[in-house]
Design a protein around this ligand. Structure first.
Ligand SMILES: N[C@@H](CCC(=O)N[C@@H](CS)C(=O)NCC(=O)O)C(=O)O
Length: 233
């Protein structure tokens, strides 16, 4: 049976990372039986990140590659019914959400001083006390280093917010009055977008960043609808 390794649930989401939630949703939609393995530590994963899919002896890291694998191996088409043009638009939305907006969320969770203790308690609260004094700060340092490398961590919070606002406004414009980004049926772009926007709104401290979603009624109902329609029950 397919087995997906993901972070344990966090902040009332199915899993602690929007990428692992996405992978679970992709599996859910594939119609294939699968089981979920919770793994708090990604260091042994092939790319040191989660999600990772195991299919017999095959190990597939990265949610994008997991999507390709499920499409190629099990004949799923997450963009069924979309034109070539829409498939291109879908790809661009996914890249914007995963390779840009994600880093604003990462900075908001890990870099922003006012959010850190809430994140740390949720992710590391069950760790033995001795480790809890050292490990969370070590991981935080490495996340901030990666944010500096990627570049988002070099922007001020105000600049990050302005960048996120443009992405979220773009999603709102694409959604319009539709149920999902490309019509009545959820497609690949929704499986990336809904978990990412929910990563913003599920964080228990309200912020100008989370308000970018919660203050837009169409987006707020979109992410509720997504959860109802394609998250595991
Ligand atoms: N491109 C990857 C991104 C996965 C990713 O960034 N996972 C993060 C959690 S949000 C992770 O496991 N990070 C661990 C680390 O960097 O040490 C995918 O789509 O799966």
């Amino acid at each position: 049976m397919l087995e997906i390794s993901v972070y344990p649930p966090a902040f009332s989401e199915t899993s602690g990372s929007p990428f692992t939630v996405k992978a679970i949703c992709l599996l859910e939609q594939s119609g294939q039986p699968y089981k979920v393995k919770y793994l708090p530590d990604p260091r042994k994963a092939p790319k040191g990140k989660l999600p990772v899919l195991k299919d017999g002896s095959k190990i597939i890291p990265d949610s994008d590659q997991i999507r390709d694998y499920l499409e190629q191996t099990y004949g799923v088409d997450y963009d069924a019914g979309l034109s070539a043009e829409q498939r291109g638009q879908s790809r661009s939305i996914i890249r914007m959400i995963e390779e840009h907006l994600y880093f604003v969320i990462l900075a908001s969770r890990w870099q922003k001083e006012a959010h850190w203790s809430t994140l740390s308690k949720e992710f590391f609260g069950k760790m033995p006390v001795l480790f809890r004094k050292i490990v969370p700060n070590m991981i935080r340092k490495s996340v901030i280093k990666s944010l500096m490398g990627q570049g988002m961590g070099r922007h001020s919070e105000v600049e990050q917010l302005a960048r996120a606002k443009k992405d979220i406004a773009a999603i709102e414009a694409i959604l319009g009055d539709q149920k999902f980004l490309f019509g009545n049926k959820p497609t690949a772009a929704d499986f990336s977008t809904v978990p990412m926007l929910r990563a913003l709104t599920s964080f228990p401290l309200e912020s100008p960043l989370s308000k970018l979603v919660t203050s837009r009624p169409k987006l707020a109902s979109y992410i509720e609808r997504g959860k109802k329609e394609f998250y595991p029950k």
